[in-house]
Design a protein. Structure first.
Length: 322
């Protein structure tokens, strides 16, 4: 039996991110399957909603507090979390596979001498064995991984492990531990927000445009459809590389991995690198004039035709319904 499962909770500007609650929920579920206990740790200065982790099955939440760690520091977070994990005999650490998690997980793995598996989309427990399922070959296949090391660091794909509120949750014990002498080789100094725009990594509905949109001047069609659906705007790598859209909107292997309820791909051929970032969406709608485009192989609904004719009509019909 694992001594303890530790969810590493992500926060920004003092607020726990939705991905943090997903990590908490996954850790609590894993602890239940292993007949173990689950705790959560969050690093930062002032955290306003840390007690909410109790709704997802966490018995105890630890706030590692330091004003210098209000924003992410790879060296500072690694030191603080690894020290706490060692002191509290935590065998398995669960993080979200966000930009922060991708950077932090391997660092924790090295510091704790633990095995590491990233971007898990499924976790199964069979007896004392834990089988982690993750995509391989840019999403073309899934592989099952068993880590022989008793100490493990795992990251879970955002939006795949839903944050599920447990029945009759009890209030979690919240412990604040002041930490000092942190190692600050680097840290995030500020965040630049896209005002009024949803983050594709957190959106439940995404409308993405590809090279088939022919130019940045046509992306207003994507924006209007996204607004009508109440979703976020995404883009393929080709579009971002061409400078048509910002990197923050890029979906794919070298962009953001998304798993919304609805993903609408407009003028996107479906290169394997793009599919790796969105193929786990619940419903995929593809609009492309090429009936043989690879995107149709993963789409639940496909429309073969000109995006410049279809998108405006689709937008107007959605507005009528809503």
């Amino acid at each position: 039996m694992a001594n303890k499962i530790l969810a590493v909770i992500e926060q920004r500007e003092g607020q726990i991110k939705r991905f943090g609650f997903e990590a908490a929920s996954a850790a609590a579920k894993l602890a239940k399957d292993l007949n173990s206990t689950a705790e959560a740790v969050v690093v930062g200065d002032a955290i306003s909603n840390i007690e909410e982790v109790s709704k997802y099955g966490i018995q105890k939440a630890i706030h590692l507090k330091n004003s210098d760690l209000a924003n992410y520091s790879s060296s500072g977070y690694t030191e603080a979390i690894s020290n706490f994990a060692s002191e509290s005999s935590c065998d398995i650490l669960v993080l979200s596979n966000t930009a922060l998690g991708k950077d932090l997980a391997p660092r924790l793995s090295v510091r704790l001498n633990a095995s590491c598996v990233v971007d898990c989309v499924k976790i199964n427990v069979s007896g004392d064995d834990i089988i982690f399922t993750r995509p391989a070959y840019a999403g073309k296949a899934l592989i099952d991984v068993k880590l022989l090391n008793s100490k493990k660091v795992i990251t879970i794909r955002p939006n795949v492990f839903k944050a599920r509120i447990v029945d009759n949750p009890s209030s979690a014990e919240v412990e604040v531990k002041e930490i000092s002498n942190v190692n600050l080789k680097s840290k995030v100094t500020s965040f630049k927000k896209s005002e009024g725009k949803l983050d594709v990594a957190e959106a439940d509905i995404i409308v993405s445009g590809g090279r088939g949109m022919k130019g940045p001047e046509n992306f207003h069609l994507i924006e209007e459809l996204a607004d009508a659906l109440g979703g976020a705007v995404g883009a393929s790598r080709a579009v971002v590389d061409a400078g048509w859209r910002p990197h923050s909107e890029q979906v794919g292997q070298t962009g953001k991995t998304v798993s919304p309820s609805l993903y609408v791909a407009c003028g996107i051929s479906g290169a394997i690198q793009h599919l790796a970032g969105m193929s786990s969406s619940k419903y995929i709608v593809a609009i492309n004039k090429d009936k043989d485009a690879p995107i149709f192989n993963v789409a639940d609904y496909g429309i073969t035709g000109d995006v410049f004719e279809i998108i405006p009509v689709l937008t107007e019909e959605i507005k009528k319904v809503k």
